[in-house]
Design a protein around this ligand. Structure first.
Ligand SMILES: Nc1nc2c(c(=O)[nH]1)N[C@H]1C(S)=C(S)[C@@H](COP(=O)(O)O)O[C@H]1N2
Ligand SMILES: [Mo]
Length: 266
């Protein structure tokens, strides 16, 4: 079976080469989907990604639908018994393992960069804030989808607390894990419209329980109108920026630095 990295899009690939690799992976992994309750039918979003038509989609969406539109929400009966974990599933840094050992009692989410009130929040403080619970479908560009119920604090609420400066254009999520041995941690970013969307939450709960380590404990982003790779797990600190030039490869995310499109709207 091809490894995870192999099924990802590589910079310079022709779309049909990428598609073949993804379809090859689908056959090999079909059995997993039956066990997990996640499904392998390709969503339109994933097809667009593989066919590289997302720029057209984005332009069309902006014309016909508002960026405030809500992602579909599902019924409890449609929740997959196990939410399929992907990418990093247990960050190996001593700092993260120490947080796990203390059940995240010492965890703090720090906000920094272009904010008037740089603040940090404990997990207990985040859990005491207004929360949102939503049952949504996650679409990974590897060709699988999974429905889960997420509970978390609305990111817009936190932004109101920290007060982004007028020149803050993006919200950058810095994570605990070093995917595939990367020297630098996973990271991702959203623009302010996506960050303030009502379904954009920092989730600490999955399917009524605590967020498992495999799915990003103690806190992971859910931006429900975006593809899976945008939804940063193991979020440690959040930076408000005007651009990405000073961060890692400069493209606004781990996979973006390796050739994925920054815009991953569904
Ligand atoms: N920190 C971090 N966030 C991440 C990843 C990762 O490897 N590290 N993988 C991304 C990808 S490609 C997907 S599909 C989802 C997987 O989330 P899950 O493990 O809950 O299924 O997390 C995204 N966020
Ligand atoms: Mo993904």
């Amino acid at each position: 079976m091809a490894n995870d990295n192999d099924r990802k899009r590589r910079p310079g690939d022709r779309p049909d080469a990428r598609r073949r690799r993804v379809l090859g992976g689908l056959g090999a992994l079909g059995a997993t989907s039956l066990l997990s309750g996640c499904d392998w039918t390709q969503s339109q979003a994933v097809q667009n990604f593989l066919g590289h038509t997302e720029k057209l989609t984005q332009a069309a969406q902006r014309l016909v639908a508002s960026r405030e539109a809500l992602a579909p929400e599902y019924d409890k009966s449609q929740i997959a018994p196990t939410f399929r974990p992907n990418g990093s599933i247990n960050p190996q840094t001593p700092a993260y393992q120490q947080l796990v050992d203390s059940n995240f009692a010492d965890y703090r989410l720090d906000f920094h960069g272009l904010v008037d009130n740089p603040m940090s929040f404990s997990l207990a403080e985040l859990k005491a804030m207004p929360s949102r619970t939503q049952i949504t479908r996650h679409d990974c560009v590897e060709g699988w989808s999974c429905i889960g119920q997420w509970t978390g604090v609305v990111l817009g609420h936190l932004l109101d607390r920290v007060q982004p400066k007028a020149n803050a254009r993006y919200v950058v999520f810095h994570c605990a894990d070093h995917l595939y041995g990367s020297p630098q941690p996973y990271y991702e970013s959203l623009d302010m419209i996506e960050a303030r969307h009502p379904q954009t939450i920092l989730a600490y709960g999955l399917n009524g329980g605590d967020l498992p380590v495999a799915n990003g404990a103690p806190l992971r982003l859910r931006a429900e109108r975006q593809l899976g790779y945008k939804m940063a797990k193991y979020v440690m600190h959040i930076e408000l920026v005007e651009n990405f030039a000073h961060i890692q490869g400069g493209h606004g995310g781990y996979w973006e630095d390796r050739g994925y499109d920054w815009w991953a709207g569904i």
